[in-house]
Design a protein around this ligand. Structure first.
Ligand code: 8YV
Length: 328
């Protein structure tokens, strides 16, 4: 790629400053109308591009990768999660994959904390009451939710985002518990006064609020299975800002319908952009349209990371955010 400008195909509309910079640096094909790529358009892009810049809304599976053109050398994904890309198939084709970690940690943790507050304190139900003109004034027993302070938060996945959630949650008086593949560094654990649970089942059965902050991988697919949902206490809440696939969504709907758990705050869904219609009918859930990292600052930072990854790769160096399968 050195010498000539690489052909970079971007599958979705990105912030203007990022698109402008990409036009200066690359032979870039932008998607200004932001229509998600059809299968045909994606197949053509895989043939024409030196670099593909997809997002979470593109499924880059083994079949698509097998049909990629010889010139495609880099998939510089715009986002942190890489579960939409078949990493093994990319490696087999000699295609490098990069992502944009680190720059959406704080925004996603903010959204997680917002849901941790919104569901037990019934923020959305209260707002709806106002807008529908049904509020009859203050009453000692109306709109009662549940206290946050003093409760136990169980974080599943104590990576960057999980730790950022823990920092915020401590400010709200929650005690921090976590399940992770391995314990975090002792200093971090001490700073967060966090309790490590090697056994996820045991942690689930003792928490008041559960937050999903692990990536979606083959090992975490339906990690929150019907059996595990049954371990959660009826007064407990669950919040997911990671990936819908980590929870068995049908089973979640059932426990919510039967009030076997108290409520859920969901920013992600198993079959996005489809949302299980039964979730829409429940009053003990808060639903968000996958907007955990949706800040203009975050999107610009993500775009800048994409550009740095493409340029470093073009200079024949290992890009800073190269994704290796064994990371997941
Ligand atoms: C991004 C996300 O907006 O980065 C991720 O993994 O889930 C989102 O917050 C999305 O992935 C962009 O591709």
């Amino acid at each position: 790629m050195t010498g000539t400008k690489p052909v970079v195909i971007v599958t979705r509309k990105l912030p203007d400053v990022i698109e402008t910079r990409m036009m200066e640096l690359f032979d870039v094909r932008l998607n200004l109308d932001d229509e998600p790529f059809t299968a045909e358009r994606m197949a053509a892009a895989m043939q024409e591009a030196d670099v593909l810049v997809p997002t979470v809304t593109d499924r880059i599976d083994g079949k698509i990768l097998a049909a990629a053109g010889d010139r495609l050398r880099l998939i510089a994904s715009f986002g942190t999660g890489v579960d939409h890309i078949d990493l093994a198939a990319a490696r087999a084709r000699g295609i490098t994959v990069t992502n944009t970690p680190g720059v959406l940690t704080e925004d996603t943790a903010d959204m997680t904390m917002a849901l941790i507050l919104a569901v037990p304190r019934r923020l959305v139900a209260g707002e709806r009451l106002m807008r529908t003109g049904q509020w009859r004034g203050w009453s000692p027993t109306s709109m009662l939710g549940n206290r946050i302070h003093g409760k136990r938060l169980g974080i599943i996945g104590m990576g960057r985002i999980g730790q950022a959630v823990a920092r915020r949650a401590r400010g709200f008086g929650l005690s921090i518990h976590y399940h992770n593949r391995r314990p975090v560094h002792a200093e971090t654990e001490a700073e967060l006064e966090a309790t490590f649970w090697d056994n996820l089942d045991q942690m689930l059965s003792r928490m008041d609020i559960i937050s999903i902050n692990c990536p979606h991988t083959p090992a975490t697919y339906h990690l929150i299975s019907p059996r595990r949902l049954a371990l959660i206490q009826p007064h407990a809440f669950i919040v997911n800002t990671s990936r819908g696939e980590v929870i068995d969504e049908n089973a979640l709907v059932r426990v919510l319908q039967n009030r076997e758990i108290a409520g859920a705050g969901l920013d992600v869904f198993e079959h996005e952009p489809q949302v299980n219609p039964k979730l829409l009918g429940l009053d003990n859930v808060v639903l968000m349209p996958h907007m955990g990292s949706a800040t203009i600052e975050g999107r610009i930072d993500m775009g800048q990371k994409v550009i740095i990854n493409i340029r470093t790769f073009g200079d024949n160096h290992t890009p800073p955010d190269r994704v290796i399968e064994t990371m997941y």
